[in-house]
Design a protein. Structure first.
Length: 527
């Protein structure tokens, strides 16, 4: 008997032991779920309270299945246990310098503060919209502000919560389910709005720490220190983090997808391509990352001459989207496409109307200005300027994933802005929605950090190092002024101007007007 136990223990070593433990948990949860389902189906006359609680527990069990399935998939492609990897990361952090630890703690506090002071009436995505009397939406209890798309995003919670289709079937973002899958337990525990804000904080913090460790290991300690402060006050985070919406996954998703591109460029085995494409495909269900990062993955494989891996990557990237489409269509009875996703189809179809190309000549003179404005204001001016300064001073060559992402974003801008003028409800021409090009910020961020690390650590580049340090300080200060501007009533109108140029969905002075009307109150301060 002892020999059998010892043999079984040896077999369940490393990642096998973790997988066995996860499946054991799933087994217990499954038994509990079957018992609850039997109780609910055989006692229909029980109180509605019992039914509601049982239904909630069942859905939390399904969420646990989802979470554990992700862990098992990731674990299956790793050489060692996830527990061992986490423990090694903890030991690595313990052995880092005191300066890195202090900056990690301080920048984390700054990040939390900037996110918190972007909630309530201070949320830029809400207080920069003004279409009275409907928008912005005013929360009846504490008079917090929400963007007009609130009902489209909250509908996904009702979908997962088992509500009737009339509670969520109108949503135009049913295809983007990952955020609400992650947020579901927090929304159940703390209600929808607060649970979403807690999810935003956890997602952003996890992405922030993983970015700090990644930058330290792949670029260098100096770059990691600079990157933490650039990201802690980045307005692209504060613009969305105060709303319980899936847009909060944009910055974390872009950071993780860039790390996947880095890994793909450095290690291109079949197993690695499978793992990266599957994880990327999972992130694609959180937001429309696929048009940007999908082609970038395929371009890297093409330039590396790994042609046989391209079909594998395509299948891996589409798998999660296909699974969710099937569930949405056959199980929930929802609609994957909508007028929101039809934008891509309309732009493509517009090129099939030759008569409409006559308007392209009129657009051509203003095209360079449109491209520059979108590149600059999609990342709130200061980070793109830091990138340009680093590019001019250091002249460091772009690496493959950076080149691919720039080419893809440039191609998307050209396709959108050269689209013939067909009369559709939504179009992507001009500079009114620079925010759709926000994923390019990862190129600006990582290139600037690589250039800064290469310059500041070498004495022959001392003068260039001082110039880059000054540019870094100006970028951090500029980002901070934008991010914390609403809290200070935006004295120089920098925040309202930059947020307006990021997304022109109302007049430029809307933020100032809403701050004066509704006050400056983060979450927790009721009127």
């Amino acid at each position: 008997m002892l020999k059998t136990i010892t043999t079984f223990h040896c077999f369940l070593s490393g990642k096998s032991r973790l997988l066995a433990g996860l499946f054991a948990i799933l087994g217990v949860l499954t038994v509990v779920g079957i018992g609850l389902y039997w109780a609910m189906s055989h006692h229909p006359g029980e109180s509605s309270v019992f039914y509601h609680k049982s239904n909630s527990i069942l859905r939390l069990i399904v969420w646990t299945w989802f979470f554990v399935a992700i862990l098992c998939t990731v674990q299956g492609f790793m050489k060692e246990s996830l527990v061992v990897r986490v423990w090694k990361s903890f030991n690595w952090l313990k052995n880092t310098s005191l300066l890195f630890k202090i900056n990690l703690i301080a920048s984390t506090v700054a990040l939390i503060a900037s996110m918190y002071f972007s909630t309530g009436t201070l949320s830029p995505y809400a207080n920069t919209v003004n279409f009275p009397p409907q928008y912005p939406l005013v929360e009846p209890k504490c008079h917090y502000l929400f963007n007009g798309d609130y009902h489209h995003f909250s509908a996904l919670f009702f979908l997962l919560d088992g509500k009737p289709k009339n509670c969520w079937g109108y949503s135009v973002v049913q295809r983007r389910i990952l955020y609400n899958c992650l947020a579901y337990p927090f929304m159940k525990l703390f209600e929808h709005d607060l649970g979403g804000i807690i999810t935003n904080a956890l997602l952003t913090l996890f992405a922030f720490w993983s970015f700090a460790f990644f930058a330290h290991r792949t670029i260098g300690k100096t770059a990691a220190l600079a990157g933490m402060w650039l990201l802690a006050l980045y307005p692209g985070i504060t613009y969305y983090s105060g709303q319980p919406f899936l847009y909060a996954i944009i910055v974390p998703g872009c950071l993780w997808l860039y790390m996947l591109l880095w890994k793909l460029n450095s290690c291109m085995t079949l197993k690695n391509v499978c793992a990266i494409s599957l994880v990327a495909g999972l992130l694609f269900t959180g937001y429309d990352f696929m048009p940007v990062f999908g082609p970038a993955i395929l371009m890297i494989l093409f330039f590396k001459k790994k042609y046989s891996f391209i079909p594998v990557a395509i299948v891996g990237m589409l798998l999660c989207t296909f699974v969710w489409w099937a569930l949405l269509h056959f199980v929930f009875g929802g609609v994957f496409s909508s007028e929101n996703s039809a934008i891509y189809k309309n732009i493509a179809m517009s090129y099939l109307h030759p008569a409409a190309f006559s308007g392209l000549l009129a657009l051509a003179p203003g095209l360079p200005k449109i491209l520059c404005a979108n590149f600059v204001f999609s990342c709130f001016l200061f980070l793109p300027m830091f990138f340009l300064v680093a590019l001019i001073i250091v002249k460091k060559q772009l690496i493959l994933q950076e080149t691919c992402l720039i080419l893809v974003c440039l191609g998307i801008m050209l396709i959108n802005n050269c689209s013939p003028s067909i009369d559709y409800k939504w179009h992507m021409q001009g500079t009114w929605a620079a925010r759709i090009y926000q994923p390019i910020f990862v190129v600006f961020l990582f290139y600037a950090l690589r250039a800064y690390e290469a310059t500041i650590t070498k004495k022959p580049y001392r003068l260039k190092g001082w110039l880059l340090t000054a540019a870094l300080g100006a970028t951090i200060l500029g980002n901070g002024i934008i991010a914390l501007g609403p809290l200070c009533n935006d004295p120089f109108s920098i925040s309202s101007t930059m947020y307006w140029r990021f997304y022109k969905h109302s007049p430029p002075d809307t933020m100032k007007m809403n701050l004066a009307k509704y006050g400056r109150r983060p979450w927790g301060f009721c009127r």
